[in-house]
Design a protein around this ligand. Structure first.
Ligand SMILES: *Cc1c(COP(=O)(O)O)cnc(C)c1O
Length: 351
């Protein structure tokens, strides 16, 4: 057996800025007007680490957290118990009942079947109203009072399908949501995700549910000035080599040198969530020098152009800014996929 205590320094990492995370939550809370901002921390805090995200946001005053399933609720239970409400967006299956009945988290009831399952427990819940996204939720027409009577409903929520766009769907959903609220007894109301917050006070209700913008995502121009970047990627140069004119680089030779220049080989790849869409398009930086990605991104390795930083050598570290809008343009992937897809191999380094 090898010695477990000998450190193995990482060759790449995700650097995370807790001040930026907290500043983003405060900005979204302020933009939510009379409503209070909660936080969507599903998918392990959009890949950044739910426990750390929850710790920082609890300290900032966030009181409502949203996860996808009961495993995720359990993951943060010791942190949130008695301090904040946790809503399980995917609802409660029969198989979840043994855990759910003793959990302080609430299911978001998404169907009349789930209502029937939960009502005998007499415990708090949220409900999801289908206002037109037709994903999860109870249809507005199904809110006959006897079907939901006896439920202890905290939040009656709905979810916007196109808040990042200016089409007619937003106001259609708002109208249907309001119609349902007229017949649904509840303590609190909640409609807006990150982009929905930027749609204005009509969309704010009591609680907003930002996710991606907490983590640096900007889905609407109104949010551009107030959202800071949270995650930066950093990787070590494993090797520096000189290419000569005509030398081919990487799988399938997607780059061929036309002049002689240095390249650095980085210890990061698509297995870390730095997807192949960044091939010949991504950009790294080192003290202001631009270091474009050359050729195809491999599973564990990336080549960068060192023409502008010829002093860099093996063991030096370089930064990938990972501004989500820019990275989305470069890779063709959504900001959501980029942030949630960061690989498990990269340590999350909070500062
Ligand atoms: C994921 C999710 C959110 C957060 O959405 P963002 O676009 O990331 O802000 C809010 N509400 C529900 C129901 C969700 O599934």
């Amino acid at each position: 057996m090898s010695e477990a205590n000998i450190p193995i320094p990482a060759t790449a990492r995700v650097k995370l800025d807790s001040k930026a995370l907290v500043a983003n939550w405060r900005a979204l809370n302020r933009l939510s007007g009379a409503a209070t901002a909660g936080a969507a921390v599903k998918a392990n805090g959009y890949g950044l680490g739910a426990r750390d995200v929850v710790r920082h946001l609890l300290a900032a005053g966030c009181k409502d957290f949203f996860v996808a399933n009961w495993q995720e609720a359990r993951e943060i239970e010791d942190l949130t118990a008695s301090k904040a409400s946790v809503s399980v967006l995917n609802g409660v299956r029969e198989l979840d009942m043994p855990f759910a009945l003793q959990s302080p988290a609430k299911p978001v009831l998404n169907s009349l079947e789930q209502v029937a399952r939960w009502r005998p427990a007499g415990r708090p819940c949220d409900i999801m109203i289908n206002s037109g996204m037709n994903r999860l939720g109870i249809n507005v027409d199904d809110f006959a009072t006897d079907l939901i009577s006896g439920l202890k409903i905290d939040m009656a929520m709905s979810h916007l399908a196109s808040a990042d766009e200016d089409g007619p769907q937003n106001s259609d959903q708002l109208t249907r949501y309001r119609a349902a609220l007229a017949v649904v007894p509840r303590s609190r109301t909640s409609l807006a995700n990150s982009a929905g917050i930027a749609l204005g006070s009509d969309y704010h209700f009591d609680v907003t549910r930002p996710g991606v913008s907490l983590y640096g995502g900007v889905q609407r121009p109104e949010l551009a000035g107030c959202i800071q970047q949270v995650a930066t990627l950093q990787a070590e140069i494993l090797q520096v080599r000189m290419l000569q004119p005509g030398d081919r680089l990487g799988y399938n030779a997607l780059y061929t040198a036309r002049r002689s220049h240095a390249v650095g080989i980085l210890a990061m790849g698509y297995a870390d969530g730095y997807w192949r869409g960044f091939s010949n398009r991504g950009l790294f930086l080192h003290s202001g020098a631009k270091l474009p990605v050359l050729g195809r991104v491999s599973m564990d390795l990336i080549a960068i152009d060192l023409s502008d930083a010829s002093g860099l050598t093996e063991g030096d570290w370089v930064d990938c800014p990972y501004d989500l809008r820019t990275a989305s343009d470069q890779s063709g992937l959504s900001q959501y996929e980029l942030i949630t897809g960061l690989g498990h191999r990269l340590p999350r380094d909070w500062a």
